[in-house]
Design a binder for this molecule. Structure first.
Ligand SMILES: [Zn+2]
Length: 198
């Protein structure tokens, strides 16, 4: 629709999650209207996030060092692991102050439609952590939607023979959405009222 660089920018922005063609166009023209220094800051932030942020070698959460802040914290309870889909879910759960264990970030959820299976998630890494037998409880805190449910069901079936306590968050979370959309109180309650997975 537009010529060269402007269209390239709109196309790139349109690839981002939650950004439709209209938003992409609006953001592109906002960037275009900005001064050089604001563009420099944006470019620098993008480059830094790629260069400096890595994923924790233990839990898969975003980290600035080899291990994330939570895994490095000696006060965290090593006997409980909370399994989530993305790093943003860690942030949402941390805000509730209801959980003092460690996390395991899967990097997504099982989705046959998008061709994402267990092998595309950090399931192997989770199994490796459980082999360490310090863990007595696993909380499955996947999103309350179809993919999240499928992932939790899969993990429950696979991990049950290991004999540890596997729990799910209590109902009451907004169904169909992401974990992060739940407010802190609701999410905190769902945590406190967690039940054994079937
Ligand atoms: Zn970590």
């Amino acid at each position: 629709m537009y010529e060269g660089p402007v269209q390239d920018l709109i196309d790139e922005l349109g690839q981002l999650p939650g950004i439709g063609p209209k938003s992409a166009q609006r953001i592109a023209f906002h960037i275009l209207a900005g001064d050089g220094s604001s563009i420099d800051r944006l470019v620098a932030a993008l480059q830094r996030v790629k260069a400096e942020v890595r994923f924790c070698r233990i839990c898969g959460n975003v980290a600035e060092q080899e291990e994330c802040r939570i895994c490095r914290d000696p006060r965290r309870d090593l006997s409980i692991i909370c399994v989530v889909e993305e790093s943003k879910d860690v942030v949402a759960i941390e805000k509730t102050r209801e959980f003092r264990g460690r996390y395991h970030v899967l990097g997504g959820a099982i989705s046959p439609i998008e061709g994402i299976g267990p092998d595309d998630l950090r399931v192997k890494e989770l199994l490796a952590r459980l082999a360490d037998d310090a863990v007595v409880e696993l909380i499955l805190a996947t999103d309350p939607n179809l993919e999240g449910e499928a992932t939790a069901t899969y993990l429950t079936r696979m991990l049950k023979p290991l004999g540890l306590r596997i729990t799910r968050l209590a109902s009451g979370l907004p169904v169909g959405g992401d974990l992060e959309y739940a407010d802190e109180v609701t999410l905190g309650r769902a945590f406190a009222g967690r039940r054994t997975a079937e």
